[in-house]
Design a binder for this molecule. Structure first.
Ligand SMILES: [Zn+2]
Ligand SMILES: [Zn+2]
Length: 163
């Protein structure tokens, strides 16, 4: 494991705001996290803009706690990840009308938020040691998954390449 991955496993990226991890796993260059609200509650409603295109949803993606109602923008492709953080760019079309997403099996909105982040760039090997201090923020890909809090069905909210 290189020091980029070590740092990314130990620290939650800034885009998740006041959320915290309830689980951290993953192999190789992948870090897989389960998340919860700052109040300690796990399930929440994931909001996104429906897309007519070849992906189901457009970012920004938000998470609203099912217990305390605090809402967090957990991913914005023009703010988060390697390219957006370091180059101020983001090439994805974005949505302007985020709505609650719901389970395809049972219709329930409350879900457990799961995220897979990838870190293919080894900053130490690349000579970018200064980036190690916040390496967790420079992921090159993110997958967002919702696990229904009622029936456990998982659904893919989306996957974005961010480098
Ligand atoms: Zn809460
Ligand atoms: Zn369900």
């Amino acid at each position: 494991m290189n020091s980029t991955i070590e740092r990314a496993r130990a620290h939650l990226p800034a885009n998740f705001g006041e959320l915290s991890s309830v689980s951290v796993g993953g192999e190789d260059v992948y870090v897989f996290r389960g998340l919860r609200c700052q109040c300690g509650n796990v399930p929440g409603v994931i909001g996104a803009t429906s897309s007519e295109g070849d992906v189901p949803f457009l970012d920004p993606i938000n998470f609203t706690c099912a217990k305390c109602g605090v809402s967090t923008v957990i991913f914005d492709s023009h703010r988060d990840g390697y390219d957006a953080r370091l180059n101020g760019s983001g090439s994805y079309a974005q949505g302007t009308n985020p709505q609650p997403t719901s389970c395809e099996e049972c219709g329930n909105e409350a879900a457990i938020l799961l995220c897979g982040l990838s870190y293919n760039i080894d900053f130490e090997a690349e000579g970018d040691r200064d980036l190690l201090a916040h390496a967790e923020d420079y992921f090159d890909g993110i997958d967002i998954i919702a696990r229904c809090n009622s029936c456990d069905a998982e659904r893919h909210i989306g996957a974005w390449e961010t480098a």
